[in-house]
Design a protein around this ligand. Structure first.
Ligand code: NAD
Length: 241
């Protein structure tokens, strides 16, 4: 079950925090997601940190981000985690692969780079100050693009046989959605490529559901062991992922 709590655009920060506190204290709520970006003067970090780590299904609480960096975490950002699930599903093993992540945002670029490092890829992170983006993309076996700049990555930059994950979503004047990669030319060269829409977006939603189950387990001291839900007693608090 999901509930959409709508607050007015000019809501005061203390009212946002009170709303989050109410959801945090409610045992029937297993996951809380604060839709970003926040309007006006609201402090994003203060609001995000108010959601308790074990209900933070977006994985943005400093505790969860820090645990991810340390190599163990229970709740990780949905879009990056969905990308890793997608790579597993196509049997792409990042180990030893040259990966480029274009974009270094807190919600996509940075965490996906961390996850790829953890999966033993060699990772380059590019952003708006990168000098030669084309060269970085051309030498990569895996290209993950999350910038919101339509067609930033030219199709002919893609190394033949590379895997391309396009996270970007921009609405064109005619209402259609477009990604950050020149899809038609890139698909001629890529071994696999995600479309926009219909690629990373649905994986993000699916991962939010997965995180909600993980959050519920955390709150009730449960764990899936060999596919069976069991009491978590006697196991480490954090499981390596
Ligand atoms: P952001 O604006 O926070 O970050 C954009 C990043 O792109 C920055 O790190 C910036 O340095 C980099 N960038 C901008 N222009 C660049 C250029 N010319 N060359 C190299 N790097 C450049 O964006 P975000 O929140 O990470 O989102 C990125 C895109 O992904 C947006 O289109 C967003 O809508 C989309 N998105 C999709 C999903 C999904 O589920 N499919 C989830 C999150 C974000």
């Amino acid at each position: 079950e999901s509930d959409h709590v709508r607050l007015s655009e000019d809501v005061a920060q203390k009212d946002v925090l009170e709303t989050l506190d109410g959801l945090s204290a409610d045992p029937s709520v297993h996951g809380v997601l604060l839709q970003l970006p926040l309007p006006n003067e609201l402090e994003e970090q203060t609001c995000l940190a108010r959601i308790p780590a074990h209900k933070d299904v977006d994985g943005f609480h400093p505790h969860n981000l820090g645990s991810m960096l340390a190599g163990y975490s229970r709740l990780e950002p949905c879009t990056p985690r969905g990308i890793m699930t997608l790579l597993r599903a196509i049997d792409f093993d990042p180990e030893g692969q040259q990966a480029v992540v274009v974009g270094r945002s807190r919600i996509v670029g940075r965490p996906v780079a961390q996850m790829l490092i953890r999966a033993d890829a060699t990772v380059t992170v590019c952003h708006r100050h990168t000098r030669d983006l084309a060269a970085e993309v051309q030498r990569s076996d895996l290209v993950v693009v999350a910038t919101g700049v339509p067609n930033l990555v030219a199709g002919d930059w893609i190394q033949p046989g590379a895997v391309v994950i396009d996270v970007g979503i921009t609405r064109k004047d005619n209402g259609d959605l477009t990604g950050d990669v020149e899809f038609e030319t890139a698909r001629q060269r890529a071994e696999r490529i995600t479309p926009v829409p219909g690629g990373v977006g649905p994986m993000t939603v699916a991962t939010l559901m997965e995180n909600t189950v993980r959050a519920t387990c955390w709150q009730h001291d449960l764990a899936f062991v060999d596919g069976t839900l069991t009491e978590h007693v006697g196991r480490d608090l954090f499981e390596p992922t």
